[in-house]
Design a protein around this ligand. Structure first.
Ligand SMILES: C[S@@+](CC[C@H](N)C(=O)[O-])C[C@H]1O[C@@H](n2cnc3c(N)ncnc32)[C@H](O)[C@@H]1O
Length: 404
């Protein structure tokens, strides 16, 4: 007997559950990932009404499976190296001037831990004797936290885009590396949701990295998370966000360095004391013109940018829909012929799909186009990277036959 519940209702409810648990805006939730999880349950013989009922229970296994499917875990060591250089040259010296015996860092949305260990290695490399280091990595995805605790990584975690700025690991076998004991000893991991404040027992932090996480959030969720992050900073502490995550400083923080650094500082109470008020004369009354203000015509929404299309393709790849990702990338490249990050992505997809000739042809174009640019020119993409990265990746592919 039919329950009257349609699979579409389950899918819609599943998206709501994901959005309320993670803070993701609807467009950042991969439809194919949600679809896959729900269809797998239906294929196991469960009914749509059963699934809908399970989705009403917070923390039910189905909600867990949905989260695991949609959370994007892309990360690698010393990602955005300019932020680690800032950490070493500005944030750590500022923290040391505060004279505390412990320097504390938080990697919020740490995925499999590469960022957390990179922060720990950087802090260890900078502190004088007698100052302790403590770094915590938190994430919503328990499976990734387990990988982080194991601390053993393959080549994909060690990319050319992230130079090894501080000693971090030892080679073990088959190109795999294991995090140094000294770095592990100061690092721990815990499950935590950025939509809730970190429990007080975690203390406050001299430096917080929250990168490539808020980019998926709804505007409200961004504000909630930023509030929790800012409150967890000690006065004078620094927050580093991902490259395109906010366009103005979070409430209560001030920007440090150029906008592309996305570094913010919590002012000290002394800095917040207002200077004495100057004596101000009453202004002359202003004559107001009777002319009406021009009516505002609503602007059409901006067309999708190559970066937003590329991000959509990455979601498809994460969700296992490589064919869908290819279609998006093909359209993207018809519109934006010179968009190197999309060309590289599509070449890798072609290679994985067994279309070697097409992959090689695209990689040749990546290499030739990248070679025409100044090596340090930053190419906008889901992650801004220098032209030399694209050239080196294409070279590696063309000489070795393939890259990961
Ligand atoms: C793309 S990874 C970023 C990893 C690392 N910060 C970096 O930049 O390399 C995003 C991580 O944020 C986590 N995440 C997403 N929403 C979250 C939330 N509401 N609370 C905690 N973690 C969340 C995901 O599970 C994922 O591991």
């Amino acid at each position: 007997m039919s329950s009257g519940v349609e699979p579409q209702q389950v899918l819609a409810r599943a998206r709501e559950v994901v959005s309320s648990c993670t803070g993701f805006r609807d467009t950042a939730i991969s439809p194919s990932a949600v679809d896959r999880v729900v269809r797998a349950e239906l294929a196991r013989g469960r009914s749509a009404s059963e699934l809908l009922a399970e989705l009403q229970r917070p923390g039910a296994p189905l909600a867990r499976a949905l989260l695991d499917a949609v959370l994007v875990g892309e990360t690698y060591f010393f990602r955005h190296p300019e932020q680690f250089r800032f950490l070493a040259s500005e944030a750590v010296p500022a923290a040391l001037r505060r004279g505390n015996p412990v320097l504390r860092g938080w990697s919020a949305g740490c995925a499999s831990g590469e960022e957390t260990y990179s922060i720990a290695a950087c802090l260890l490399g900078m502190v004088p004797q007698g100052v302790r280091v403590e770094v915590i990595g938190t994430d919503l995805h328990e499976g990734r936290l387990e990988a982080a605790r194991r601390g053993v990584y393959g080549n994909w975690s060690r990319r050319e885009a992230g130079p090894l700025l501080h000693p971090l690991y030892l080679e073990v076998a088959d190109g795999r590396v294991s995090i140094l004991e000294s770095v592990r000893a100061v690092t721990r991991f815990a499950q935590a949701n950025l939509l809730e404040p970190l429990p007080d027992s975690f203390g406050r932090f001299d430096v917080i990295f929250c990168r490539n996480v808020l980019t998926y959030f709804s505007p409200d969720a961004v504000q909630t998370a930023l509030g929790h992050l800012s409150r967890a900073l000690v006065p004078g502490g620094h927050l580093l966000l991902g490259t395109v995550e906010v366009d103005h400083p979070p409430a209560g923080l001030v920007r440090v360095g150029p906008p592309e650094l996305q570094a913010f500082r919590r002012p000290t109470p002394k800095e917040l004391t207002p200077p004495p008020k100057p004596v101000v004369r009453e202004p002359e009354p202003v004559r107001v013109s009777a002319r009406a203000a021009p009516a505002l015509t609503p602007r059409p929404p901006p067309p999708p940018s190559p970066v937003s299309l590329h991000t959509e393709a990455l979601h498809r790849i994460e969700g296992g829909d490589e064919a869908g990702a290819s279609t998006i990338l093909e359209k993207l490249l018809q519109q934006f012929r010179d968009y190197l990050p999309g060309m590289l992505e599509l070449a890798l997809l072609r290679e994985r799909a067994g279309a070697r000739e097409a992959a090689f042809a695209l990689m040749h174009t990546v290499r030739d186009n990248a070679a025409r640019l100044p090596p340090d020119q930053i190419i906008e993409g889901p992650e801004p990277l220098p032209a030399r990265f694209y050239r080196a990746s294409a070279d590696a592919f063309l000489t070795l036959g393939a890259i990961e």
